[in-house]
Design a protein around this ligand. Structure first.
Ligand code: ATP
Length: 257
């Protein structure tokens, strides 16, 4: 088991965002975390990545509780994420954006950088090579020198994933990666998520694009009003009465396909 969520609750003042949610993420799987708007999905990501602590419950990563860690320590342990809205360094090149993502794996210090020691030069070469490999994986190898803001929307979203991958994670959390994408971009994203799986990286995916979720995930967890209402294979989720009811009457984009 890569990640274990055990009886997690979170309240913000009077708002109960999550209540006693438990589930596990198995090594190598692509697990979907779905639910109507406000169900608590992003709150779950924010707790896994230590943006804020749970009100109660325990989150464990490869058997170790993640309590009392800072977000950068979570990254060092091997969990990375992308966000709902694009958060690139828009005036840096594609390659520079990925190099920044590699930061947490650097071993040389500021003094070594200033003095341009041998170790520092070797590390710089390693970062460059790793960044280029990752850009190859996400299909941006020909755009290394492009300024991030000049990429197409779909390519910018793939660059975000590349930056997350640069931290060399065991687990990647993707928060609505298909949001705003056209059909071709979504299809490219499907292929990319599958490719990430082949790199031995486990995927936890929040997504409103139901056809994509049903196609790419091996298992799905459904939240509604902060509670887990279902867990199972895509076909069992599609036919689950409580899940269908939870999605009835919500915005069109949320509807189960
Ligand atoms: N920092 C916060 N302060 C106060 N309330 C919050 C905070 N973050 C989330 N909430 C509330 O917690 C509930 C769950 O929100 P969350 O963003 O986790 O839902 P979601 O399932 O990700 O929704 P969406 O699909 O719209 O992104 C909502 O009622 C939201 O308003």
């Amino acid at each position: 088991m890569v990640l274990e969520i055990k009886k997690i609750s979170k309240n913000f003042g009077g708002i109960q965002a999550l209540t006693d949610v438990s589930f596990s993420v198995e090594e190598g799987e692509i697990l979907g975390l779905i639910g109507p708007n406000g169900a608590g999905k992003t709150t779950m990501f924010n707790m896994i990545t230590a943006m804020y602590p749970p009100s109660s419950g325990v989150i464990s990563f490869v058997g170790n509780p993640l309590s009392n860690l800072k977000p950068h320590q979570i990254t060092e342990k091997g969990i990375c994420r992308t966000f709902q809205n694009i958060r690139l360094f828009s005036d840096l090149t594609v390659r520079e954006n990925v190099m920044v993502g590699n930061h947490c794996r650097l071993k040389t210090n500021v003094m070594q950088s200033v003095l341009r020691t041998k170790a520092q030069k070797a590390e710089e070469a390693r970062v460059l090579a790793t960044s280029d490999e990752i850009l190859e994986v996400v299909g941006l190898a020909n755009d290394k020198e492009t300024i991030a803001k000049n990429l197409s929307y779909g390519a910018q979203r793939r660059l975000e994933i590349a930056r997350a991958l640069a931290s060399r994670p065991k687990l990647i959390l993707l928060d609505e990666p298909a949001a705003g994408m056209n059909e071709k971009e979504t299809n490219d994203l499907f292929n990319l998520i599958k490719k990430i799986q082949t790199l031995n990286i486990t995927v936890l995916l929040i997504e409103h694009d139901m056809p994509l979720v049903m196609r790419v995930c091996s298992r799905i967890i459904v939240l509604n009003f902060g509670k887990k209402i279902a867990e199972g294979t895509p076909s069992s989720i599609q036919n689950n009465k409580e899940v269908i009811e939870a999605y009835l009457g919500v915005e069109e984009e949320d509807e189960l396909a």
